[in-house]
Design a protein around this ligand. Structure first.
Ligand code: ATP
Ligand code: MG
Length: 461
């Protein structure tokens, strides 16, 4: 962390800061006392009140002192990542800015899969850029592909264009996987004269953003590359919560409730719901906790057997005998060892998973047929419906603040960083560190134990 400034500051920053352009008068954190309500954007300056973030402000990553390594949760601190016990830079507007707003051409790109809140972030980035005085703002259509595909034309963005886009899900700009190499992307940035790039995407997209930042540094281009992590799975290291997650948990509850009603209304009904979570089971865990209707929650981090005396099928039999119905909530990445490996990959090189929900449905049917017990199994896969949802209120706020802070980070002269929520504060994180591996549910954490207490399930091993 000591070298954060040298790694993530654009070159010649020390030459530029002394003559840094003043923040335009319409942009001021002191937006507390509007004078002349009919003149939007004009506010009085309260000289006593200083609302900027100092570059040395820090957000501490560790806020609890475990008195013993055996204390529940103490294992959650990754021993290999020593800097996590320290701090990151606080996000927000700086008094001195790196760019002259009239010289900025900003671009926004959204990559990977859909996630609730993408439009909210796009919207807020555009609005904040305009408040800084930026006139040239464009959207790159369909992810990184939009940089190389000559048929895809960049989309001019303004407050007028983005005003209502948060009212629907999806991405105004479209998304894609795969696409051009880093050199082609940076060539395209140069051709288009883009010097601020806002990249909304998951770990793959951020790996790309980091590579773009490195290539820009190599070519000594003054381009700020700023990420906003888009992962519905909530699997980014050190961040409390990523946008879309809250909405996903809320929507997942509807699917769980439907599965419960189906199961409860049938004789010996079993409802199976598959939720998102490729390597991390946060959605399945939180949705199970919040719904209170789940009897078995299965996540990628916790191995389980389906068959055998301690397997889930035997437990489902017990549940039918005991209470007549059961609900299983399974994360898409759970139990992959039980499925046949197809070696298939998507356009971005991600492994295509087998369908664990279908497996559980089929094996459950087979099992109860074999033992001669009636069971009515219903399988619900709401994943695409959830991804396409509009962000809920709490995600709407998160997206708004992340979008604003992404712009503040670019104007502060940072590049190669991503913005997130850490211990309830907004902070700038170095991209390589937060995507080195996915954040996982710790099977020894209090939260997973709470989930087990709520479902009442045993260890299936
Ligand atoms: P999601 O969470 O939806 O999977 P993601 O950002 O991980 O989001 P990917 O499809 O893996 O989605 O990647 C998005 C984009 O990032 C693709 O265009 C892909 O080509 C690019 N990308 C992925 N991995 C890398 C990498 N290691 N280096 C450079 N670019 C990458
Ligand atoms: Mg990914």
């Amino acid at each position: 962390q000591q070298d954060f400034e040298s790694r993530f500051r654009l070159p010649h920053i020390t030459d530029i800061f002394p003559d840094s352009p003043p923040i335009p008068s319409t942009f001021c954190l002191k937006m507390r006392t509007p004078i002349g309500k009919d003149i939007p954007g004009h506010y009085s300056l309260d000289e006593e009140w200083h609302g900027y973030i100092n570059n040395n402000d820090r957000v501490l990553l560790k806020t609890i002192n475990y008195s013993s390594p055996k204390s529940a949760g103490a294992e959650c601190i990754d021993p290999n990542c020593t800097w996590v016990e320290q701090w990151v830079h606080r996000a927000g507007p700086r008094e001195k800015i790196y760019y002259k707003p009239e010289e900025v051409k900003a671009a926004i790109v959204t990559c990977g899969g859909l996630c609730p809140g993408l439009n909210d972030v796009i919207r807020q980035i555009v609005i904040t850029l305009e408040i800084y005085g930026v006139k040239k703002i464009v959207g790159i259509p369909f992810g990184y592909r939009g940089f190389s595909d000559k048929e895809l034309i960049e989309v001019p963005l303004s407050r007028k264009v983005v005003q209502n886009i948060h009212l629907s899900g999806g991405s105004l700009l479209g998304v894609s996987r795969g696409g051009p190499g880093v050199n082609d992307i940076v060539d395209s940035l140069e051709e288009r004269g883009i010097n601020m790039l806002f990249v909304l995407g998951g770990n793959g997209t951020h790996a790309g953003a980091n590579a773009i930042h490195s290539e820009c540094c190599k070519r000594r281009l003054k381009v700020s590359v700023i990420g906003v992590p888009k992962t519905i799975d909530n699997d980014i290291l050190l961040m409390d919560k990523t946008f879309g997650f809250d909405t996903a948990v809320e929507e997942a509850q509807r699917a769980i409730n439907s599965a419960y009603i189906e199961a409860h209304s049938a004789y010996h009904g079993i409802g199976v719901v598959k939720l998102m979570g490729r390597s991390s089971g946060f959605i399945a865990m939180q949705a199970s906790l919040s719904s209170g209707q789940v009897d078995v929650c299965l996540i990628p981090e916790v191995p389980f057997n389906s068959h055998g005396p301690h397997g889930i099928l035997r437990h489902l039999q017990y549940l039918l005998e005991m209470k007549g119905s059961a609900v299983v909530c399974v994360a898409e990445g759970a139990g992959q060892n039980l499925l046949q490996n197809t070696n298939a990959k998507d356009a971005s090189g991600n492994i295509v998973f087998g369908d664990i929900g279908v497996y559980i449905q089929q094996e459950t049917k087979k099992y109860f047929k074999e033992i001669g017990v009636h069971a009515d199994v219903k399988y619900i896969d709401p994943t695409y419906m959830i991804r396409a949802c509009r962000a809920n209120a709490s995600d709407g706020i998160l997206c708004t603040v992340l979008g604003q802070n992404a712009v503040h980070g670019a104007f502060a002269g940072y590049s190669g960083i991503t913005v997130g929520l850490c211990n309830t504060h907004y902070a700038y994180f170095p991209i390589p560190e937060v995507i080195s591996h996915p954040r996982l549910v710790d099977p020894n954490s209090r939260m997973w134990h709470r989930c087990l207490t709520s479902t009442g399930q045993p260890d299936f091993i």
